[in-house]
Write a protein that binds this ligand. Sequence first.
Ligand code: DGL
Length: 264
Amino acid sequence: MPESATVGVFDSGVGGLSVLREIRGLLPSESLLYVADSGHVPYGEKSADFIRERSHHIAEFLLDQGAKALVLACNTATVAAVADLRERYPQLPIVGMEPAVKPAAAATRSGVVGVLATTGTLKSAKFAALLDRFAADVRVVTQPCPGLVERIEAGDLMGPDTRELLAGYVDPLLAEGCDTLILGCTHYPFLRPLLHQMVPDSVSLIDTGAAVARQVQRLLDSHGLLAEGSAEPCRFWSSGNPAAMQEVLPVLWGEPAQVDKLPA
Ligand code: DGL
């Protein structure tokens, strides 16, 4: 493994930056690569075949750049592609994501849990299996959120259009008695400040970014791949408009950085 070996992270767009931040926080020695497939966002309404094809393309690119591990920082890509990628790269540490059903079922006091996620995640067999396994004793109300990812891609985290769209998804969950909301798409943690204005303090918001970072740490450790010393600056690529991503990076990543075009 070359010393420059990196952790390759990807999402349909900028949402996976919410996960990348957790990885950077927990593993500051790891050099990170990030691909936003913003030319094809949103994945939520696309076919599993299409998302699998994109995931293979991006995985190959990240491996060519020296990735020693892959993180699918996208719930929708995980249900469509993680099994395929693991089959194709059996030796490679690969981490996927799933909505936080288990911790939410443990946390709810009202016994009603809401799940905000993409259509692709909510209709998948993997999600149904997750509910069977961890949510037998609670009522789960699911809410697909078309249009929300596009607002976040545009960097509109607090504006009136985003607020109105989000309220249309969250209010019915509150009316059902949900006291725990799962943010089941990696874009949605960026809406936490807005959500806090919209839901009572008694409602918990749960995502799995931190848990995924811990899983990356465990997997790298068990493969003897944990980096030491100081990391290289994170490198970014977008299949969409790199300049647009560059504009939202200071807010979503916390600092400016160059974004290159992902080769077709
Ligand atoms: N961020 C993604 C997820 O976690 C997908 C959003 C989309 O492109 O629809 O599901």
